[in-house]
Design a protein around this ligand. Structure first.
Ligand code: MTE
Ligand code: MO
Length: 237
């Protein structure tokens, strides 16, 4: 690695450390890390929650869920924009994205339609490392993720900054298939999977919560699997 690349990596690691310090308590207080009586079954997973959340069934298959559009975005046309409440907005092309620190992580995938796929091995860039690059402003509390298919989903920053939240390009040893959001999707292992935008194109930092596609259509904004937190306020009306 060149000294420049070394330097850049050091700066990212340092900025991430500061960001994590600032957000540590809020992350630790989230339900998937702090619930005293989480709902589900099986042995504890690595963050102390029952391996299978309430109302879920394990599947070995990997169902495809989308809005009926599967955008084809070749790597040489792919871009990820990060903007909104950040000090240094950025647009990454494929080479710049792949030059960022790469993380390999195994996590579970819980879909709100009640299937869970366990122990998926992902490779990608941590959401937190992307934030270390753009520096969210002190007022940033939430993000809206946008997909190339027009999808949107909102995630609280204390959830998105968790170390298992990746923008993943590789799954179980191969390129992420187009139907599952390739070339790059986000994953949110501690929330229902709709919070992870496939074909992710833009991360917009927000100074207040706004609702994404499913969240405006009756699903929960918070989406906590161990609280059976599937539906939003609209349904309760
Ligand atoms: N861009 C985009 N991302 C998306 C969706 C979508 O329709 N478009 N569907 C969501 C839903 S509802 C789920 S459960 C997961 C499904 O991912 P999969 O199709 O890889 O199983 O992706 C989420 N991310
Ligand atoms: Mo879903």
């Amino acid at each position: 690695m060149s000294e420049d690349a070394d330097d850049k990596e050091r700066r990212i690691v340092e900025a991430r450390r500061k960001l994590m310090e600032r957000w540590e308590q809020r992350m630790r207080d989230t339900p998937a890390l702090s619930d005293a009586r989480p709902q589900g079954s099986g042995p504890p997973n690595r963050h102390g929650m029952p391996k299978l959340p309430v109302g879920q069934t394990v599947t070995k298959k990997w169902p495809v869920l989308d809005l009926g559009r599967k955008p084809i975005v070749p790597k040489d046309k792919w871009e990820l924009k990060i903007d909104g409440a950040v000090e240094q907005p950025i647009t990454l092309d494929w080479a710049a994205f792949m030059a960022l620190p790469q993380t390999t992580d195994t996590s579970d995938f819980h879909c709100v339609t009640s299937w869970s796929k366990m122990d998926m091995q992902w490779v990608g860039v941590r959401f937190a490392d992307l934030m270390a690059l753009v520096h969210p402003t002190p007022a940033a509390v939430h993000v809206m993720c946008h997909g190339y298919d027009g999808y949107t989903t909102n995630v609280a920053l204390e959830e998105a900054l968790k170390p298992d939240v990746l923008l993943a390009h590789t799954v179980d040893g191969h390129d992420l298939p187009i139907e599952h959001g390739g070339p790059v999707r986000m994953i949110t292992p501690q929330l229902y999977a709709w919070k992870g935008s496939k074909w992710i194109s833009r991360i917009e930092l927000l100074t207040r919560e706004k609702l994404g596609f499913w969240e405006m259509n009756g699903y929960s904004s918070t989406a906590h699997p161990w609280r059976d937190d599937r539906y939003g306020r609209i349904r309760g009306l």
